[in-house]
Design a binder for this molecule. Structure first.
Ligand SMILES: [Zn+2]
Length: 300
């Protein structure tokens, strides 16, 4: 049984989240409208990203960075700085806009538009990083089976967005038979059962009778490091496991107070979250876990 883990980092700024941009309930329709109207400082991302890179060097970890492609335009040099340190650049959408409705799970755009926009994002990231981009993570982890078919069609090799748990389902599928290790998804859906050159890397959960999502992200802020680490270790027993966080999770700064629900959403971040990530990295480094970029994971 595989005992390997991928550290993944979602590179997006405070305004990329759905209450501010790119959802049916956001304050600004999309990032373009945000930049048209926002006249204040916007970059709260570069500084914590530098600290993430230093932290990963400290623990000698090579990671996969899912980058929102518009970072190439608004943060010159940022993507280069990640690629230069030997990390994998993968795609986290063009502007981090939702592709399916968070409630109905219906597509918010047609397949052709999704493919055009996503292929453009892929090419932007490849041009800047100088590397082939083969991985995708759906903005806000809202993913439909049709998206994987499109991703395969336009040259991606894997997705890492599916999170099975007892609290929520952000996909358009029941996820029956999906556990926490990589699998080949069926065509047209997210269930296992495909014979194809495309892999899904689902997220970790901690099964204690109910399945608690423990791959990281907001759960790392809400649940703390101990539960997350237990869930990662349980998932590692099943197979290859995914952990993720955002550079803005460890930002020391107060973000602009716009958008709905923000004070609660960002109640826990900064040093406390950085310490939690360090606790997890240190613990896993001291265990018998092999760290791999997602593009280096071999599926048996
Ligand atoms: Zn994201």
């Amino acid at each position: 049984m595989s005992n390997s883990l991928s550290i993944t980092v979602d590179v997006e700024d405070w305004y990329h989240i759905p209450s501010v941009c790119g959802s049916t309930f956001s304050l600004y329709r999309d990032v373009d409208e945000f930049f048209e109207k926002w006249n204040d400082r916007y970059d709260y991302l570069s500084e914590p990203t530098k600290r993430v890179l230093d932290m990963l060097d400290e623990y000698n970890v090579t990671a996969t960075f899912f980058v929102v492609a518009d970072a190439g335009e608004h943060y010159p040099g940022l993507i280069e700085s990640i690629a230069e340190r030997g990390h994998e650049i993968a795609c986290h959408g063009s502007h981090h806009a939702c592709n399916i409705d968070s409630k109905t799970k219906e597509p918010l755009e047609n397949t052709e538009d999704f493919e055009t926009v996503t292929l453009k994002a892929k090419k932007i990231l490849e041009k800047i990083s100088g590397e082939k981009v083969t991985g995708y993570r759906a903005p806000n982890a809202l993913v439909g089976g049709w998206m994987l078919d499109s991703l395969e069609k336009i040259g991606f090799k894997y997705d890492s967005s599916v999170c099975v748990n007892s609290l929520y389902n952000k996909t358009d599928s029941p996820l029956k038979g999906v556990l926490t290790y990589p699998y080949y998804p069926m065509v047209g859906g997210l269930e296992p059962g495909g014979y194809r050159d495309f892999v899904e890397f689902p997220w970790a959960y901690y099964d204690v009778g109910i399945k608690i999502p423990t791959s990281g992200g907001p759960m790392l802020r809400f649940l703390g490091a101990h539960v997350i680490l237990k869930g990662l270790k349980q998932s590692l027993k099943r197979g290859h496991t995914v952990f993720y966080f955002h550079p803005i999770d460890i930002s020391y700064e107060k973000f602009p107070e716009v958008g709905r629900g923000r004070p609660f959403y960002w109640a826990i971040k900064g040093k406390i979250v950085e310490d939690r990530i360090r606790y997890i990295l240190k613990n896993l480094k001291n265990s018998d876990v092999e760290f791999k970029k997602l593009s280096d994971v071999e599926i048996i």
